[in-house]
Design a protein around this ligand. Structure first.
Ligand code: BGC
Length: 351
């Protein structure tokens, strides 16, 4: 294992973004940037041992801070996904968070994703990033530190260990917003990728994609991925919890609801290249998002890999969206001065 450091680029405000690349014994590598603590590149072998970059992204750093480009590869804090009306209550105190999309909060307002993180520690196979947010910043309570340690192994596992520390009872729902395309072919969407999601229920949503509080059964619907099958099989079907033309952008309620217990959440595979990704997590939910809000055409993207409609699959491990407003959803608060930890792994192999 080895690690190297370079300068990735400079943002319009003059801030420099660093890039740390961890390479394992077979040459597979991950490049992690200080901007949003994000995954900028992830090169893993296909069935013939050929390395390919399986994540969407950009060569130019400035595109990463444009929310219209979909939070490519970035970490998300304090609270991933949606908070209805940008409002929730803890022990009688109401907190008002940014309405950065419609009438709700999306991805905590974006601050954690679009800021530079501090590098706390590096080893030959890991990088730890840290971001501090003071009490009541963006309306969230507690002097709050999120540390994310990325570890890459010789058997192509990328592990994300999240640690939160706050001096006040508060909420956290950190995730990583990488879009995968295992074909490494810039001409291909993800519709031919095979997907399995280990969930029999999903969070029902209204016309603004906000949870209603009900849990729906996947059985008999386009959301049923209990068996490995092509994403494109039913992506255009009309369905009450899917917006026309957007396709999959839904939270699944994983079989495993015991927070803190690691289990397999999803499998993504590309038959042609043979590349396979397993997502493991100790969280109860996962957002399946296929980039249905991205522009249909456009050329900005690494090499010949455009960041456009349905070109990548995001598998965002999380507490269910808007958990803070639904006592029936599984959730754990961050208690004062007590470390809150969660882990997600992206395990790569070949079929
Ligand atoms: C959301 C999408 C959103 C995307 C990029 C996903 O987590 O569910 O609706 O477009 O993030 O912000």
């Amino acid at each position: 294992m080895s690690i190297s450091k370079s300068i990735f680029g400079t943002l319009d405000d003059g801030k420099e973004v660093e890039l740390y690349t961890i390479t394992n014994k077979s040459g597979a590598s991950v490049s992690l940037m200080t901007l949003g603590g994000g995954i900028q590149s992830l090169k893993v072998p296909d069935k013939n041992g050929i390395l390919g970059d399986v994540v969407l992204g950009f060569d130019e750093v400035k595109h990463y801070v444009n929310p219209d480009f979909g939070y490519q590869g970035l970490l998300v804090g304090r609270f991933a996904n949606r908070i209805r009306d940008g409002k929730f209550t803890i022990d009688g105190t109401t907190y008002n968070t940014p309405k950065n999309q419609g009438t709700w909060t999306l991805h905590g307002g974006g601050r954690f994703s679009f800021s530079i993180w501090q590098v706390k520690e590096t080893t030959d196979n890991s990088v730890s990033f840290e971001f501090f947010s003071p009490d009541m910043e963006d309306g969230f309570g507690g002097n709050f530190t999120l540390t994310v340690k990325y570890t890459f192994t010789d058997d192509n596992i990328l592990r994300l260990d999240y640690t939160v520390l706050s001096d006040k009872k508060t909420v956290a729902n950190p995730t990583n917003h990488t879009y995968f395309n295992l074909s490494c072919d810039g001409g291909k969407t993800i519709e031919n990728h095979l997907l399995q999601v280990n969930a029999d229920k999903f969070t029902e949503t209204d016309s603004s994609q906000l949870p209603t509080g009900e849990l729906g059964e996947v059985e008999g619907t386009m959301l049923d991925f209990r068996q490995l099958h092509k994403i494109g099989d039913k992506i255009n079907e009309p369905f009450r919890a899917v917006l026309d033309d957007v396709g999959y952008d839904n939270n699944y309620c994983l079989y495993n609801k015991e927070f803190g217990k690691m289990a397999q959440a999803a499998i993504l595979a590309d038959e042609e290249s043979g590349r396979k990704l397993e997502v493991w997590t100790d969280l109860p939910g996962i957002q399946l998002y296929c980039g249905g809000w991205l522009e249909k055409t456009g050329t900005i993207g690494k090499a010949n890999s455009p960041v456009t409609y349905r070109r990548g699959v995001a598998l965002e491990t999380q507490f269910y969206p808007d958990s803070v407003n639904h006592p029936n959803f599984p959730f754990e608060y961050v208690e004062p001065d007590k470390e809150f930890k969660t882990t997600t792994q992206f395990r790569f192999s070949v079929m």
